[in-house]
Design a protein around this ligand. Structure first.
Ligand code: DAH
Length: 345
């Protein structure tokens, strides 16, 4: 019997299997209830007492070895399966990449352009008071922009007259100019991106919520030429090196002189098309030299300092850049629209 056990030990240790069927045969042959090792345990009952210890130990050793071998073969087979299961030629699962919203893309690009020439970024509250949105910006008390038609009021002291303490949703980011001038000393060079609110019917060209970016530069000897060159630089960075600009006289209470800026139409290169209504030009922003009244209202000496300001709609800039003709698309978040901006950053 000892010989039989030694032979089986040898046999078990030298066995190898190629697949799970062979592994099962191994188990049946050696480890099952009707297997060879069970048979030996059966025979063990008849072994004379004097040999029981030696044979018993050997027999246990054989059982352990067979079990060990079985487990070893099993893990070997599993590892093999894992290796062969991987199909390297299979196409990868598509990654569903998100994209930034076009308004964020253009806002970031504007911030990038202006910070390159020394502008900082500042922000102010969306819920503002009349003082910062209108009064300190030189709006006359009866100015139509303060009207309920345009402004969402949160609390109003009197329905007939506007009051610097009235609380409202800012109608433009020019209010941040005031906050910056009140809190900083010149030189000031800052842009203020943010959301603005106007009580307007929603259409392809107007929305009650939109985004603006405001620019402000205050120092000694800041001139209209500085304004023009800054805006030319910006227009060429955003719309391309060939872009031309033109400044048309305009009116804003907080700037004097004031202007509106057009950029040459990107679609037709200035020749005239549907987008530019055959003028070759597209209006992009309002700007001007900061009115001395505004400087004084913010405690800046208007004899010593001058400055320029500009403000533009980010939706408008994005429309011109991407040729989008309906403002509502920016707010509907239709994936068919948003997906098209995946390649932008
Ligand atoms: N705040 C103006 C608006 O909402 C835009 C604007 C015009 C801003 C001229 C300026 C400026 O700073 O100088 O229509």
């Amino acid at each position: 019997m000892l010989q039989k056990i030694t032979d089986l030990l040898q046999e078990v240790s030298s066995i190898s299997v190629k697949n799970s069927e062979e592994l099962e045969l191994f188990r049946l042959k050696y480890l099952s209830k009707k297997g060879l090792i069970s048979d030996l345990f059966e025979d063990f009952k008849d072994v004379p007492g004097s040999q029981k210890k030696e044979i018993g130990q050997k027999l246990n050793l054989l059982k352990q070895s067979a079990l060990k071998k079985f487990n070893l073969l099993k893990t070997e087979l599993q590892n093999q399966d894992e290796k062969t299961d991987i199909d390297f030629s299979r196409p990868a699962f598509p990654y569903n990449l998100g994209s930034r919203h076009p308004i964020s893309i253009v806002r970031n690009e504007l911030i990038d352009i202006f910070t390159r020439i020394g502008f900082t970024v500042s922000e102010g509250p969306e819920i503002e008071d009349d003082d910062h949105v209108f009064t300190k910006l030189n709006f006359a008390p009866e100015h139509p922009a303060r009207d309920m038609q345009d402004t969402f009021y949160i609390s109003r002291l009197s329905l007939e007259d506007s009051n610097p303490e009235d609380i409202l949703l800012r109608t433009h980011t020019s209010s941040v100019q005031v906050r910056v001038m009140q809190n900083q000393k010149p030189p000031i060079r800052t842009i203020s991106p943010g959301r603005v609110f106007r009580n307007e019917a929603i259409s392809a060209r107007a929305h009650c919520i939109f985004h603006q970016i405001e620019g402000l530069y205050i120092d000694e000897n800041v001139s209209y030429a500085d304004l023009r060159q800054t805006l030319l630089f910006f227009a060429r960075e955003l719309f391309g090196k060939e872009t031309k600009i033109r400044l048309r006289p305009s009116y804003f209470p907080f700037t004097e002189p004031s202007a509106e800026m057009d950029v040459s139409c990107k679609i037709c290169g200035g020749k005239g098309c549907n987008v530019c209504k055959h003028t070759g030009w597209l209006e992009i922003l309002g700007c001007g030299m900061v009115h001395p009244n505004v400087l004084e209202a913010c405690n800046i000496d208007s004899k010593k300092y001058t400055g320029f300001a500009f403000g533009m709609g980010i939706e408008r800039a994005a429309m011109l850049k991407y040729g989008v003709n309906d403002l509502r698309l920016y707010f509907e978040n239709d994936l068919r629209f948003l997906d098209q901006f995946k390649s932008a950053f």
